[in-house]
Design a binder for this molecule. Structure first.
Ligand SMILES: [Zn+2]
Length: 341
């Protein structure tokens, strides 16, 4: 799989270079009518830029990964690579989640493109071990030994790779503090590519930051009046920055970046016990997941299964409705109230 991916990227880059030579080098080749093309890899950056840009018709903003998909399994297409090469501003997060990004940034001719790794603007942390989360080596039921060996080997390989590159928890957008830092960094980037509209960008950014602070204080108010402090995710848990920011505790079926969705019986039993022991009223599952496991645990324990928005991505439906970081985080207020109070 990995070799295939690398070959794909090399071929894609070769095609991009060939197209570049065919059209003739020199200047950006914007195909749209927009004056500037801006691309954001993940949803939070896209949403912040959308709010900073506001009504400005000179900017074409693209959400690269797109709604309704798992950000971890995205790989750029040839068209994506051409778009990135021709853009004026390209924003990515990097890390394990966007392994492709460094290769793309290093290999493309991006002269004239402002490139921002948004994780550089917040204080990142290493991925923490989540209470209850499954580890591949120990908890899996393998159909045959050979498959087991393969998976364990791959796991080790990834670990070495992570250490080399300095792995970090890339789900940075989940804390309001980081969200504000991201908005400020993206506003500066917009000023850089389009200084004429600097005042408007600053105004829009400040307006959005006020909204983020408002949701933050509503959630903080719930946390201040909590009767318990543990959230249970019968799912992946890509919200460690959020958990730390509000000083909460968490148990989950998987860590933030797992591609697994079916926890083992052992994990389900562990979470069920936790729910019973601490009389936890809500079992969480994240966006883009039907919540089957959460509902199973809820049925067993008398708790309620509820969806929490991690802003990792949005469903196509929510995207079409124009939901934002602020509107989706606002949806979490009721969920957190039930879970913590
Ligand atoms: Zn993730």
């Amino acid at each position: 799989m990995k070799v295939k991916k690398i070959i794909f990227i090399i071929i894609a880059i070769a095609i991009v270079i060939a197209i570049g030579l065919a059209i003739g080098v020199g200047g950006k080749k914007n195909k749209s009518n927009a004056k500037y093309n801006v691309i954001a890899s993940n949803f939070a950056s896209y949403d912040f830029l959308r709010n900073i840009i506001g009504e400005n018709k000179d900017i074409e903003l693209t959400y690269l990964i797109g709604p309704g998909k798992d950000a971890h399994s995205y790989d750029p297409t040839v068209q994506d690579l051409i778009k990135i090469q021709d853009s004026d501003l390209f924003v990515y997060v990097g890390g394990e989640m966007e392994k492709w990004s460094d290769k793309v940034v290093d290999s493309l001719d991006t002269t004239g493109t402002e490139i921002i790794c948004i994780a550089d603007f917040v204080e990142t942390m290493e991925e923490k071990e989540v209470d209850g989360a499954e580890e591949l080596e120990h908890d899996h039921d393998y159909e045959d030994e050979e498959e087991h060996h393969e998976e364990v080997e791959e796991h080790h390989e990834e670990h070495e790779h992570e250490h080399e590159e300095g792995a970090f928890d890339e789900h940075i957008w989940t804390s309001p503090e980081n969200a504000i830092k991201m908005v400020n960094a993206l506003e500066k980037a917009m000023e850089k590519i389009d200084s004429e509209n600097a005042t408007k960008y600053k105004e829009n950014a400040d307006k959005y930051i006020t909204q983020i602070k408002d949701v933050d204080s509503k959630i903080q108010n719930i946390v201040d009046n909590k009767v318990r402090d543990r959230l249970i995710f019968a799912d992946k848990m890509p919200m460690q920055y959020f958990i730390d920011y509000y000083n909460l505790k968490v148990s989950a079926a998987f860590d933030g970046c797992s591609t697994e969705t079916e926890p083992s019986a052992k994990t389900i039993a562990y979470l069920q016990n936790k729910v019973k022991e601490e009389k936890i009223p809500v079992i969480l599952y994240i966006e883009l997941n039907p919540g089957t496991v959460a509902k199973t645990i809820a049925d067993e324990t008398g708790a309620e299964a509820m969806q929490i928005q991690t802003l990792h991505n949005v469903s196509l439906d929510d995207f079409n409705k124009g939901e934002t970081w602020v509107s989706l985080m606002t949806r979490n207020i009721d969920v957190l109230k039930k879970a913590l109070q």
